[in-house]
Design a protein around this ligand. Structure first.
Ligand code: DX5
Ligand code: ZN
Length: 224
């Protein structure tokens, strides 16, 4: 099942509950929350108190993407704030296996994020303990960038590994996905599809989510 996951980074933070309600009316059941620390990436965003407030405003699955150094320090706080899944960058974890274990012990699903330049081959062993892998299709830090084409080859490679090892792994992609390249992204094997500016900067976010869900479902049906 392919999920279209709106990233609130491109939403109007002063009207967040309203923005969330709009995309939920379009059919979104998951929301992507980008956490940035100004060190791992050159931008700053939200912390656990904001996640906690969002938790009170929606029943959607909250997918927290940590773009921070030393993520292990903050995982319990994000779990307690109501995250349903938490992903950490392989590039930010010295003890990746332990951090994945920490996320799971706190309750949420655990994801490993790879920057565009980090090869899928680094997942060879650890992929077995992750619930999902997030492939960054832009260099993290900002919404509204262009998808880096070679990341789709990484998605195909990961899809092959998933099939060969018979893993119940979700493949998430984040950055530069819009209506025009969505079908190709789905055909590459991605099933959790994050999209920020394409939804929240459109004139009708509700309709855009609905339309993207249809495009994704059709692309998947053709593939099967
Ligand atoms: C970028 C963030 C993304 C961002 C995607 O570092 O991780 O989640 O919101 O935004 P778009 O879809 O506009 O590329
Ligand atoms: Zn993200």
């Amino acid at each position: 099942m392919v999920e279209i996951i709106p990233s609130i980074l491109s939403a109007d933070f002063a009207r967040l509950a309203e923005e969330i309600a709009r995309v939920e009316r379009g059919g979104a059941t998951m929301l992507h929350l980008d956490v940035m620390d100004g060190h791992f990436v050159p931008n700053l965003t939200i912390g656990p108190p904001v996640v906690e407030s969002i938790r009170k405003a929606t029943r959607a699955h909250l997918d927290v993407h940590l773009m921070i150094e030393n993520p292990e320090r903050f995982i319990p706080a994000f779990a307690q704030a109501g995250a349903n899944s938490i992903s950490v960058h392989s590039e930010a974890c010295r003890h990746l296996d332990a951090v994945v274990g920490l996320i799971r012990s706190e309750g949420p699903m655990a994801g490993i994020v790879l920057n565009p330049a980090t090869p899928v081959s680094m997942l060879k062993d650890v992929v077995e303990v992750a619930d999902y892998v997030l492939l960054m299709s832009v260099n993290p830090g900002f919404g509204g960038q262009t998808l880096i084409p070679y990341v789709l080859e990484k998605a195909r490679e990961l899809e092959r590994i998933r099939r060969e090892k018979r893993l119940a792994l979700s493949i998430e992609i984040d950055g530069g996905v819009h209506r025009e390249n969505l079908a190709e992204v789905v055909r590459a094997g991605c099933d959790w599809i994050v999209t920020g500016s394409a939804i929240f900067h459109s004139s009708d976010p509700e309709a855009t989510v609905r339309e993207m869900r249809e495009i994704a479902a059709q692309a998947q049906a053709v593939q099967c």
